[in-house]
Design a protein around this ligand. Sequence first.
Ligand code: COI
Length: 356
Amino acid sequence: MEEIKIIKTGSPKAKPDEGALGFGAYYTDHMFIMDYTEGRGWHSPRIEPYRALTLDPAALVFHYAQECFEGMKAYRTADGRVLLFRPEKNAERMQRTHRRLCIPEIPAEDFVAAVKALVSVDKDWVPHEPDTSLYLRPFTIATEAVLGVKPSATYQFIIIASPSGAYYAEGMNPVKIYVENEYVRATPGGTGYIKCGGNYAASLIGQMKAHELGYSQVLWLDGVERRYVEEVGSMNCFFKIGGVVRTAPCTGTVLPGITRMSCIELLQKWGYTVDCENRLPLADVLAAGRDGTLEEVFGTGTAAVISPVGELRYENEVLTVNGFQTGPLTQRLYDTITGIQWGRLPDELGWTVEVK
Ligand code: COI
């Protein structure tokens, strides 16, 4: 990648109250932008003052949704360092996403360098309060102005940053989840394993239905038989049944979460049996809920962190999980992952990268 050009803002914004950040409500002073032009490749990486984009209304992103994104965070440690968590994994996932959407790939080292450069320029925006972080949103959009259905000849790769608190209004308290049996999120051969906006647009109707019924999220079932549990959309989902920890396999319809992968690695290190290769029938979850062997359910995600699930509803059956309390394994994973991310625990696995 060429050298990143930095143009700093002449009018820095006032920082928000760190005690009331919410999620994705405030944006920092700067953004990273890089262009792609057919025949020239990715070029002109730069950091500019945060601003609105100007795009031709015919830009392909608006019509055929050729766009995608990533989610990651920068964390401030008690001794004032700023850490990223496994950023190369986001870079690799973005490459897989680009390939599926016919968008030219960005070299992983350029992706990580761009993230580090923006965080370094906006370092003062990494919040200090417990459980807050600087949420980073890299994304790519197709910018060519043409209405034919084809891969764009031009793109922009942009990173914006948002000082944020908990993703769910519930914070670290258990969430209630509705098992969706009408709409589906992903089917084999589709885009379930990548982070494209279309997956999220298609999930909104299920989310609205869940909200109307008093549930905060949707647990999606497989799109063919509606028999196996897949993911929640904003997080992967784990079930501890009779001592074994199970989560849906990443075989094309489930997003390969970086927090999911990190939890599997920790659980295996701690000696748990983890089954992340076999599909988990919803019927097994319901049966375990009835016979008392469903010990814990939790979601994992960059935004959601580790989120206990206190209630599951499928059709008219309601299961309360672990007395609507955070389970001990959920708590241990939360303490360990967040301990590493915020530098409270030694990073024995080499997962963090410091931003200078
Ligand atoms: C993330 O966890 O970073 C995501 O991209 C999920 C999104 C629904 C907030």
